[in-house]
Design a protein around this ligand. Structure first.
Ligand code: NDP
Length: 306
């Protein structure tokens, strides 16, 4: 029997937000040598990755200088492009030829393709590798990673992705991971919104929300929203902040723009984007995505609590 031996890699992780921080934590506890960087440096200092021994870089360029693989996890693709280009391309210039940038941002396909082209001209590889599974999945190391890019690049990234993934799926060429992630999140947005409206209508008809969910979750209208988000977060009124509504607004917008550019009628995707934009504008930048329900509650005058 041949045992697979994998060399530890030098990895840089940039972006220690709600989901990036636990992902980096797994890498810090692995055999790889991890360097971390976060725009707000204090968050890197107190991160689980730092506690597990990761080196804290002083700048993005300092973070990537010795890296074999660079992982980015920022709000949107334009943030990744701007980071690479900032300070007269300091970070891009610091990337060694042959390095692979693994972008775990839930990005947009067009910007990812542009970044991949720019990096390709420098001899640097790129895959888009957005994740799903939420902060709980990141903490458990069971994220699903949807990859766009070449198969060989994915194989190079796999020892790094394995540290925080339960499932890795090669979706297609560069941008395919972003495209699929945006579609998934547009569906999430529709499920959250439509479940809220449905529960309000049921409640006004005399059915308690927990009774309605009990029946829906044993029936064909169920979704992750009805099975998990509403029982755990809405009926309890807990609304933990794990994934900002602003980010779901961004994702639904990407899906809607994609469908629009493909010129087929896509009223549900356009509606998802409009609803999330409205909710984001009404409720602000820092609220959780599930708090979009509060807008339905406000308009109907009904609170969906157990
Ligand atoms: P957060 O808002 O929690 O964190 C964003 C991170 O990006 C922070 O580290 C922030 O730094 C950094 N950042 C923001 N803008 C810039 C910039 N212009 N330049 C450099 N760094 C920047 O986001 P999440 O961690 O929740 O999300 C990250 C990505 O993962 C997003 O694309 C999101 O859609 C996706 N995602 C998130 C999930 C979740 O459950 N949270 C689930 C699946 C995907 P600072 O600390 O200085 O603000």
């Amino acid at each position: 029997m041949r045992l697979a031996f994998r060399m530890p890699l030098s990895v840089a992780f940039l972006g220690l937000g709600a989901i990036g921080a636990p992902m980096a934590g797994h890498l810090a506890r692995s055999d790889h040598q991890l360097t971390i960087w976060n725009r707000t440096g204090g968050k890197a200092q107190v991160s689980v990755a730092a506690a597990a021994g990761a080196r804290i870089a002083t700048s993005p360029a300092d973070a990537v200088r010795l890296a074999d693989i660079v992982v980015t996890c920022l709000p949107q693709s334009s943030d990744v492009a701007e980071l690479l280009a900032a300070d007269d391309h300091a970070m891009a210039n610091a990337l060694r030829s042959g390095v692979l940038l693994v972008d775990c941002t839930s990005g947009d396909p067009e910007t990812s393709r542009r970044i991949a082209n720019d990096l390709g001209a420098r001899g640097v590889g790129f895959i888009d590798a957005p994740v799903s599974g939420g902060v709980a999945g990141a903490e458990a190391g069971t994220l699903t990673v949807m990859v766009g890019g070449g198969a060989a690049a994915l194989e190079r990234a796999r020892p790094v992705l394995d540290c925080f993934a339960g499932k890795i799926v090669h979706c297609g060429e560069i941008g395919a991971g972003d495209a699929l992630k945006a579609v998934n999140n547009a569906l999430l947005a529709l499920h959250i919104w439509s479940t809220a409206e449905g529960l309000v209508a049921a409640m006004n008809a005399g059915v308690a929300p927990q009774v309605a969910l009990d029946v829906i979750n044993a029936s064909s209208g169920r979704s992750n929203a009805s099975m998990n988000l509403f029982p755990d977060r809405v009926l309890t009124g807990a609304f933990p902040r794990t994934f900002r509504l602003a980010l779901l607004d961004k994702d639904a917008g990407i899906a809607a723009a994609m469908a629009r550019s493909q010129k087929f009628p896509s009223p549900a995707l356009q509606l998802a984007a409009d609803l999330m934009r409205m909710a984001h504008l009404e409720l602000g930048d820092d609220v959780d995505h599930v708090e979009a329900v509060k807008l339905v509650e406000r308009w109907s005058g009904v609170e969906l609590r157990a």
